[in-house]
Design a protein around this ligand. Structure first.
Ligand SMILES: Cc1cc2nc3c(=O)[nH]c(=O)nc-3n(C[C@H](O)[C@H](O)[C@H](O)COP(=O)(O)O)c2cc1C
Length: 360
């Protein structure tokens, strides 16, 4: 039996297939970036070439505030995807997130499918493991998992909505805060607490900040619905539950605004979840993010057009970000994070909620 026929490998293969070609986006809920209006500057006093999109994230300088977000590992196809996307990250100066390294815990030889340092020697590379798996791992084992892939930081992902729909998924989420506190204290690498498409609300943001977490990826709602992905894989008995929660989550724009208000401050806020354009990234920065992550749109561009297709998509994203920065008169990312904007509709209500955090 091929090693790629294990249950984890099958799940990973399903995820790639469904995300590349399936109907797994949110249907009604959006990121709420459409509720943000950046204010046009007709006198930017800048040349387009002078706009500096670079940013220092987790102690590494990125040429643009873009992360190819955590997706895969554990199978031969995953290895190909990781290598190609990590190479793009290296060439273009983005960050790169590996998918969950759980497969490496089960079978050590799977480590090769996460090995990207040969093609991405200087890239910001982030390892990845679920909070539930991290709970049962000693800190040294987690440090080793990170060291084996040469990661600069370790993402610990939170995904309760997806797990309770997933056939055979985790059902017990107790003790996660204590696990995160322990890892923040003991792990010799920074940890990034990351959702997977349902976002971070006010109370979670506050608990994370008070637990010593300094870096988060909000991975909010409005892009890929992981409940939808798991519903597509579920048997007919589990499907109604999945359908009921397909639209569940805190929209990405709201999550970023919330994260910005929390004290003690996060050092890194990454906006992932439904980011599909440079304008989305500009809005995320204005709301308080330091960088944005993109997962499924990069995968789709890669599956449809190979490495060249993924590069083309990311070049367009960058060109749009640069244009948006010029058109609000922001010379660099720090200025973009201070750019004024109007907020409408549901986002405005979330901003009010977020404001209350300042007095908490
Ligand atoms: C094929 C695929 C696999 C994913 N696997 C992981 C994973 O292993 N760990 C993780 O933290 N997030 C994982 N994600 C979630 C993404 O990192 C991201 O948080 C989420 O998909 C929302 O971003 P998007 O709307 O750009 O897809 C995966 C996403 C995709 C598309």
């Amino acid at each position: 039996m091929s090693n790629d026929a294990t249950p984890i490998a099958q799940r990973k293969a399903d995820h790639i297939e469904l995300c590349a070609t399936g109907d797994v986006g949110f249907h009604q809920k959006t990121t709420l970036f459409n509720d943000v209006e950046l204010i046009h500057d007709a006198l930017p006093e800048l040349s387009l070439d002078a706009v500096d999109t670079s940013v220092v994230l987790l102690d590494k300088r990125l040429r643009a505030p873009i992360i190819i977000a955590a997706m895969t590992g554990g199978t031969e196809r995953a290895r190909e995807i990781n290598l190609a996307l990590a190479q793009i990250a290296e060439e273009r100066g983005y960050g790169f997130g590996l998918g969950s390294q759980r497969a490496m815990l089960v079978a050590e030889e799977k480590g090769a499918t996460y090995s990207v340092r040969d093609v991405a020697p200087t890239t910001l590379v982030m390892g990845n493991i679920g909070a539930v798996q991290a709970r049962s791992l000693p800190t040294e084992a987690l440090a080793e998992l990170s060291a084996r892939v040469g990661a600069d930081a370790m993402c610990i992902h939170l995904n309760p909505a997806m797990e309770i729909i997933q056939p055979g998924g985790d059902r017990d989420f107790e003790g996660i805060v204590a696990t995160l506190e322990r890892l923040a204290r003991e792990l010799p690498w920074p940890i990034v607490v990351k959702e997977t498409g349902c976002g971070i609300g006010p109370s979670v943001a506050l608990r994370l900040a008070k637990s010593g977490i300094r870096h988060i990826d909000v991975s909010g709602a409005g892009g890929t619905s992981w409940v939808a992905v798991e519903t597509a894989r579920a048997d007919s008995e589990a499907r109604p539950l999945g359908e009921a929660f397909r639209e569940w989550g805190v929209p990405t724009a709201a999550s970023v605004a919330i994260a910005r208000r929390v004290r003690p401050r996060f050092k890194t806020i990454i906006a992932t979840g439904g980011v599909g354009s440079g304008l989305d990234i500009a809005k995320a920065l204005a709301l308080g993010a330091h960088a944005a992550g993109i997962a499924r749109p990069v995968l789709k561009a890669f599956v449809e057009g190979g490495k060249a297709g993924a590069v083309r998509f990311l070049q367009e994203v960058e060109a749009e970000l640069r244009a948006a920065m010029l058109l609000v008169g922001a010379r660099n990312v720090a200025a973009m994070r201070k750019a004024p904007f109007l907020a409408f509709g549901r986002l405005r209500r979330y901003l009010k909620l977020a404001k209350k955090l300042e007095s908490t």
